[in-house]
Design a protein around this ligand. Structure first.
Ligand code: GTP
Ligand code: MN
Ligand code: MN
Length: 363
């Protein structure tokens, strides 16, 4: 592995969308530590701290060499005092005590376990933890009424916490595509999310669907869901219709990651080839999203991730370019107009950024 000579320093632009971030990093032990602190901050509802740790981790992910000395950190962006201390501890002692004690704390372990249930967020997990619930058994016996998502999440807890493989994603893609084309011939479907960034596994499978004739895609998702349900392929589903037009004038909110596309968050029942004695299928989380063709490029960009990369793109757009970027549109605030595009390349170009291919968006 390449080791950086002392004193040599790196020039690195400060927004993650200005640099390449491949999947494989040279600094895993640092980025894993910082990501754990970010995750802990998220579980504690400390959004600002979480983003600071995520940005610091992303800088180390983008470094083309392994960090071996604290002097190499000088001049790098986004490394606050706290993150620098963690990195130095790891350089000097091999581990960070803060990371170790966080990782092994009862609270962190319980909150991770509870938020590992589909449908359970940080706030709910925290409330349960404060009531003394630290395990799934305790949750079941607590008498808490779970909503349908959480019931399904608990029922399929094991499967949903098993990484989804690329092969499984493709198998689901084949099934869904067939149904989509049955319902609306000529439709197009793209695998987005982590798999589009080159990941070999994921926590779910994300698909984006469109049709070349604008408007034909309206209502597609409910028909697809009905057919999949009739075939016994959905263990859980929650479908939301498109609410973009209802909210015109309030769109492209830079801080919001939620969009208004027609979508379905579901749990798919995937048959597995190698027959196990007990079970010949597994549960897989699948996100289906439908975008009109005029918004498709923005939707692909918005659903490819990573989450931090998306956040940085929106921050760049608003802070540097006075534009508002969402998964629907790009709005130029100074010129007071929407910038139309048909490709991701054009969106980067409108934003004054060099194009970053999906496999380099692993910030
Ligand atoms: P894994 O699934 O863990 O492999 O990673 P992933 O990067 O695919 O994460 P995830 O499936 O959670 O999200 C994929 C991308 O879609 C990320 O960039 C998210 O920011 C984005 N995303 C997730 N939910 C929404 C949403 O409601 N609206 C929009 N616009 N984007 C979303
Ligand atoms: Mn995903
Ligand atoms: Mn997803």
């Amino acid at each position: 592995q390449v080791v950086l000579p002392d004193k040599e320093q790196f020039l690195m632009p400060s927004y993650a969308c200005q640099r390449l971030t491949p999947l494989e990093s040279h600094n895993n032990k640092f980025t894993e530590a910082l990501s754990l602190l970010a995750e802990n901050a998220e579980l504690n509802n400390e959004e600002g701290r979480a983003v600071a740790f995520r940005r610091a981790a992303a800088v180390l992910k983008a470094l083309p060499v392994m960090v071996t000395s604290a002097t190499q950190l000088r001049g790098l962006p986004c490394l606050g005092e706290h993150s620098q201390r963690v990195i130095k501890d790891i350089i000097e002692n091999g581990v960070s005590n803060e990371v170790e004690s966080t990782m092994h704390s009862e609270r962190f372990k319980a909150l991770k376990l509870l938020t590992g249930i589909f449908g359970v967020g940080a706030k709910t997990a925290d409330r349960w933890f404060k009531e003394g619930i630290q395990s799934l058994t305790q949750l079941v016996h607590s008498g808490h009424e779970l909503n349908p998502a959480q019931q399904a999440g608990l029922e399929h807890y094991h499967d949903l916490n098993q990484p989804v493989t690329k092969a499984e994603a493709e198998a689901i893609g084949d099934i869904v595509r067939r149904v989509v084309l049955d319902v609306l011939p000529g439709s197009e479907m793209t695998l987005t999310g982590g798999f589009r960034r080159g990941k070999m596994t994921g926590h779910d499978v994300d698909f984006l669907i469109t049709h070349p004739d604008e408007g034909k895609e309206t209502g597609l998702i409910s028909k697809v869901v009905s057919l999949l349900t009739a075939q016994g392929l959905l263990l859980y589903q929650k479908t939301t219709r498109n609410s973009y037009m209802e909210n015109k004038g309030r769109l492209a909110q830079p801080s919001s990651t939620m969009d208004r596309f027609e979508r379905c968050f579901c749990i798919f029942k995937l048959e597995i080839k190698e027959m196990r004695p007990d079970k010949d299928w597994r549960a897989v989380r699948v996100d289906l999203v439908v975008a009109p063709i005029s918004q498709y490029a923005f939707a692909v960009l918005g659903w490819t991730g990573s989450k931090l990369f998306e956040r940085e793109l929106r921050r760049w757009a608003s802070q540097v370019k006075s534009m508002s970027l969402s998964s629907h549109a790009l709005f130029d605030i100074k010129q007071c107009k929407y910038l139309r595009t048909t490709s991701e390349e054009e969106i980067f170009s409108h934003l004054g950024l060099e194009f970053i291919p999906p496999t380099e968006r692993n910030a």
